[in-house]
Design a protein around this ligand. Structure first.
Ligand code: ATP
Length: 647
């Protein structure tokens, strides 16, 4: 379909009125422009075709004018978000409310909608069919991108006692104005997943391509420009800031305009797993590297900036969520660790549960992760805190107006020590040792484990490979956990998507669970294993309480393979699990096609803990599972040591 044809297809839909003009200088984009592209994207699996469809959509939006808002809203609707992650406004409306809205806006009975849902497994399709069967009495004004975006925002931010009613009213209003395929995508957006196979990575590349092409760039300039946009975005992951800058100035100078900014969390650098001291030494042979304790807590990106003469401190999680409400004590402690002359900073650190010593002579001790995970995630009252938290800083990413990412770790560490001071029971630098022999490393590893750490992080210290690489799982950072050494391998973080009713005395709870990995390219969950061991009775009861409200009537967009749980859940909960090893499986679908036509499964999986610092899209990925499988097959070689990039 040609560009113009798609853009104007809203006119082809049975509507009475044309969309209103939005801002001076540009017309509001019809919502149908986006949903037409969604249909085309959904109909193909070819990555390049998807990229070109979305680029084409963005080009048409840009050429309509109207300032950055039109493109910004379009991008947000494509990635199904409403604002940057750290602002915490999320879609994901429960099935019950949506079923009610569809029933009320189409005049159909609730039971019939539920029956359709059983049969079709996709509420978007149910909404579409319900609308199509509805006699049209009068035509509403056609939906536009701003109307839908603001409607979704209104729904997501509704709070208070009447919030369900408010949400219902807006959903009904939007549904009533839907034409063509719009209701299908509107409902899926509200559910929190578009399921058209459009990954955010592709959207970012499409934005870069569209802006460059609209500014007259040649095809052979696209790759370099896109790399600039990706690098900028992993440092400053905010479309609100990057898109207006791109539209106004293009790619040239974008790096200087959009830099790491305190208050906006960057995507953290991640580490590759290794299987032993030998492998680490192989990797860093002849290079200057450093070993640090790997603390067993929660990643904390601590930002500080001065506003109206006062230092504000904010803490962000590994997945860019604001955690200042969980750690009011950290926020209060941080200023005491800062030397005079610091007015803005970003420190990368681990927040660890801590037991202070009885007096100044006894230093206190590290407590395991579980102690911290008992804390509420929000609105913790400082005077109500049972377990203290101590911050162990391992990196300095920004200081006094300047990003430091391009500097070598040796330099960043020097500046960290120059500008921040240890405070008893509150703040310290991560313990490190710049050792270079197997024997030294082994001694340091043992020391780390006996003081309550998980093992070591080994990092490139000097030279161009020692920079901070946001959003990358890089071979310049390796993790060496005590568990790998015991031969049990790394653990996996997996989403809980299904449950099996218990037997015997476990009939009131689920006795086993279906776990899955999220494939972000295909936007689907692939099953990995059934797990029924490692749970105490109390665990099972707690899991039931958490998971029961997440039950959904159909597997929806899960790629479940031959797995047949009694019930499916919305993907909200992530668990860390361990296994004896990985094996190929005709039943489960994880990483299917990566190493074999069969999927990869876990043998003898065991529950370790709940990972409430990870979103369900942040499970161990199918690619990582495939490389763990390969690494197991090629144990002792370095085949698995390649960088993974987020963008
Ligand atoms: P990943 O973050 O690699 O996906 P994960 O969240 O399960 O996996 P781990 O495999 O335990 O985490 O290892 C990486 C994490 O270790 C970091 O994200 C950080 O929270 C923690 N960590 C502890 N000490 C350090 C350190 N000295 N340097 C870097 N990270 C550290």
């Amino acid at each position: 379909m040609g560009a113009q044809a798609t853009l104007d297809s809203a006119a082809a839909a049975p509507r009475k009125t044309e969309p209103k003009t939005a801002k001076p200088g540009g017309a509001a984009i019809p919502y149908a422009t986006i949903t037409d592209t969604f249909s085309l994207v959904e109909a193909t699996t070819k990555r390049l075709e998807i990229l070109s469809l979305v680029t084409d959509l963005f080009r048409r939006v840009i050429s309509r004018g109207g300032g950055p808002t039109n493109l910004l809203y379009t991008v947000y609707l494509c990635i199904n978000r409403l604002c940057p992650d750290y602002e915490g406004l999320e879609l994901g409306i429960g099935e019950g409310l949506l079923v009610k809205a569809i029933a009320q806006s189409t005049g159909r009975e609730l039971v019939r909608i539920k029956k359709d849902l059983e049969a079709k497994g996709d509420l978007g399709l149910v909404a579409l069919a319900s609308r199509q069967n509805q006699p049209t009495m009068f035509r509403m004004q056609a939906l536009t991108v701003p109307t839908v975006f603001h409607g979704l925002k209104e729904i997501a931010s509704a709070s208070g006692s009447k919030s369900q009613d408010k949400k219902l009213a807006v959903i009904k209003r939007l549904l009533a104005a839907c034409a063509g395929d719009e209701s299908k995508y509107l409902i899926r957006s509200l559910e929190g997943k578009l399921r058209i196979g459009l990954a955010e990575k592709t959207v970012l590349v499409a934005v870069a391509h569209a802006v460059m092409l609209e500014r007259g760039a040649a095809e052979d300039e696209l790759e370099a420009g896109t790399n600039v946009v990706k690098a900028v975005f992993s440092e400053l992951p905010s479309y609100d800031i990057v898109i207006p800058a791109l539209l106004e100035h293009g790619v040239d100078g974008l790096r200087a305009r959009c830099r790491l900014t305190p208050g906006i969390p960057l995507k953290p650098m991640l580490a590759k797993p290794t299987r032993g001291v030998g492998e680490v030494l192989d990797r860093f042979d002849g290079q200057e590297f450093t070993c640090e304790y790997k603390y067993d807590g929660e990643r904390a990106q601590v930002h500080g900036y001065t506003r109206d003469g006062r230092l504000e401190v904010r803490v962000f999680s590994r997945n860019s969520e604001e955690m200042s409400g969980k750690y009011p004590d950290l926020v209060a402690q941080m200023p005491r660790a800062i030397r005079p002359g610091v007015d803005s900073f970003v420190v990368d650190a681990e927040a660890v549960a801590w037991e202070p010593g009885a007096d100044d002579a006894s230093p206190g001790r590290l407590l395991p992760f579980q102690e911290l995970s008992r804390r509420k995630r929000k609105d913790v009252q400082a005077d109500n805190i049972a377990v203290r938290v101590k911050l162990f800083a391992f990196d300095l990413l920004y200081l006094n107006g300047e990003p430091l990412l391009h500097l070598a770790l040796s330099e960043r560490r020097r500046m960290l020590r120059e500008h921040f001071v240890p405070v008893a029971n509150e703040f310290d630098y991560a313990t490190h040792c710049d050792c270079s022999t197997t024997a030294d490393m082994q001694v340091f590893l043992d020391a780390s484990v006996s003081s309550g750490c998980e093992g070591l992080m080994v990092k490139m210290l000097v030279g161009p490979d020692a920079t901070y690489e946001p959003s990358r799982r890089s071979i310049n950072w390796l993790k060496l956990k005590k568990d790998y050494l015991a031969g049990t391998g790394d653990s996996l973080d997996l989403a809980v998507i299904g449950g099996y009713y218990g037997k015997g005395k476990r009939t009131n709870v689920y006795g086993a669970f279906l776990l899955a990995t999220y494939d972000e390219d295909l936007e689907t969950y692939q099953t990995v294993c059934k797990i029924g061991t490692g749970f105490s009775e109390a665990d099972l009861e707690a899991h039931y309480a958490l998971l029961h409200p997440l039950e959904v009537s159909k597997k929806g967009y899960y790629d479940a393979g031959e797995a047949k749980p009694d019930i499916y859940f919305e993907p909200r909960v992530v668990w860390e699990v361990k296994a004896a090893d990985l094996s190929l499986s005709p039943v489960y679908t994880a990483a299917r096609g990566a190493v074999d036509a069969r999927g990869i499964s876990l043998r003898f999986p065991r529950f370790v803990r709940v990972r409430d610092d990870k979103a369900p899209e942040e499970t161990t990925s199918p690619q990582q599972i495939a490389s763990m499988y390969r690494a197991q097959a090629t144990a002792g070689t370095r085949e698995s040591l390649e960088d993974d990039e987020y963008w």
